[in-house]
Design a protein around this ligand. Structure first.
Ligand code: EPZ
Length: 419
């Protein structure tokens, strides 16, 4: 089984370039099902999750050409299927995002229930309630969800009980070819939602208000498709920024939209970092001693839950007591046990609150990547730990970080992949 070996004690320095955003490209690839001709997508990160959703499209009869690095050429003229199989959906729940575009394009979809994962049960009730509001009939049986709209969908106003990122995306796609206008209220406002809306509009759709809590979608009869460049991955960027902060480093992260990172930038400054925001990059200088901070994860524009594990790793070596309140997922503390193994001092309560007493040093040992961002947190902890840290189950990390080892090596880290 492959693992990462990280030897701590190296200050990071130099420049690293961030790839396209995983959480933007996945819904964008799903939205390509809407196109009656085809699409070309650039700045596509080479990730396991991208391969998985491309396989889902191929199950639907769509041709995906990946011969050019970081580019997808999608021929969506012929849709021959409307089912996403269990083996693909179970490895990546974002496969569920094809339900909305299939409903809009062919009036039916059958998707294996995505099931939960390490960070929570991950229900889809908000998605399904929205599809029904648009006029679809939903049937759940034998571990699958079937949505039917033989006469098409009809625009309406949908209020989301929680600003779910995936539900906002699925409903934007479903509504893009509904009869009339749909308003999604209490919508998620993440930058990835805006990127998807921009892509739907390039394809021939009419989406306005993305990035606010109310998104208006005017249904169109058909959408040919179009070309799009995916926004940079703010979470990958944030992960490198925290690495610079933790190692008393001096790094520049390129291909960054600082506007998407305001909460993290504010927290890194509170922790004592120098953070200089450029037009398309960010410069981070880590302090000799990190100050403790408090974070509360919230839907965008609040502090991102996808940076919680990484920042907790940083808190482990700050001087004083830090705290974390995780309000988005019910079980996103799987990294705590692994950090404790490295000598961290963390007390949790109720699976959502944690108090972190900074310790002078972490100690390298064998740890697991329990989920994607927890795996990234283990790498960060290994960068500052005394000795060698071996990280297993790194397939989680491969889902969301392109060329992690080579990027960290370029910054001066002692990290390698073995096995
Ligand atoms: C997206 O997941 C991201 N994944 C996640 O990133 C991210 O953590 C999450 O948004 C929150 O920002 C992708 O974009 C592929 P949600 P998603 O629906 O859409 C509850 C990563 O590390 N909920 O906003 O699944 C849900 O249980 C991944 O890159 C319902 O109750 O997130 C959770 O508690 C991890 N019913 C909360 O809402 C629903 O129907 C947020 O979920 C849907 C969601």
């Amino acid at each position: 089984m492959e693992k990462l070996i990280v030897r701590g004690g190296h200050r990071l320095h130099g420049t690293v370039r961030v790839s396209g955003a995983k959480n933007a490209v996945l819904p964008i690839i799903a939205a390509s099902v809407l196109g009656t001709e085809g699409s070309k997508i650039a700045e596509v990160p080479e990730l396991e999750d991208v391969s998985t959703i491309c396989k889902v499209l191929e199950c639907l009869g769509i041709r995906v050409d990946r011969s050019e690095p970081h580019v997808l050429k999608i021929d969506s003229r012929n849709i021959t299927g409307w089912e996403a199989p269990y083996d693909l959906v179970s490895t990546m729940r974002a496969s569920f995002l094809v339900m909305g575009s299939l409903l809009a394009r062919v009036g039916r979809a059958k998707i294996s229930l995505p099931g939960g994962c390490a960070i929570g049960t991950r229900p889809i009730d908000i998605h399904l309630k929205g599809f029904e509001a648009l006029g679809a009939t939903i049937k759940q049986s034998h571990g699958s969800v079937e949505a039917l709209a033989p006469n098409g969908l009809t625009g309406t106003t949908i209020y989301l009980d929680f600003p779910s990122v995936g539900a906002t995306e699925n409903l934007m796609m479903a509504a893009s070819m509904a009869k009339g206008t749909t308003i999604v209220e209490n919508a998620a406002q993440e930058p990835e939602i805006v990127d998807l809306a921009n892509y739907i509009n390039v394809m021939g759709g009419k989406v306005r208000g993305a990035g606010t809590t109310a998104i208006r979608i005017d249904g169109v009869k058909s959408m040919p498709g179009g070309e799009h460049m995916v926004i940079p991955d703010r979470i990958e960027a944030g992960t490198f920024m925290v690495a610079g902060a933790m190692t008393q480093g001096d790094i520049k992260v390129e291909n960054v939209l600082c506007e998407h990172l305001k909460p993290l930038i504010a927290k890194l400054r509170e922790a004592g970092c120098i953070v200089e925001e450029g037009i398309n990059d960010v410069h981070v200088v880590g302090p000799r001693e990190l100050k403790p901070i408090t974070i509360k994860t919230m839907p965008y524009p609040g502090f991102p839950t996808d940076m919680q594990a990484q920042v907790m790793a940083m808190m482990c070596i700050a001087k004083g007591q830090s705290s974390v309140l995780e309000t988005v997922f019910e079980n996103r503390f799987m990294h705590v046990d692994e950090l404790l193994r490295m000598g961290a001092n963390i007390k949790t309560s109720g699976g959502r609150a944690a108090l972190i007493e900074g310790v002078p040093k972490l100690y390298g040992c064998q740890v697991r990547a329990t989920d994607l961002r927890a795996g990234a947190a283990m790498v960060l902890a290994g960068l500052v730990a005394d000795g060698t840290t071996e990280i297993t189950d790194i397939y989680h990390i491969d889902r969301g970080y392109e060329n992690l080892v080579s990027k960290f090596t370029k910054l001066g880290a002692d990290i390698s992949r073995v096995g």
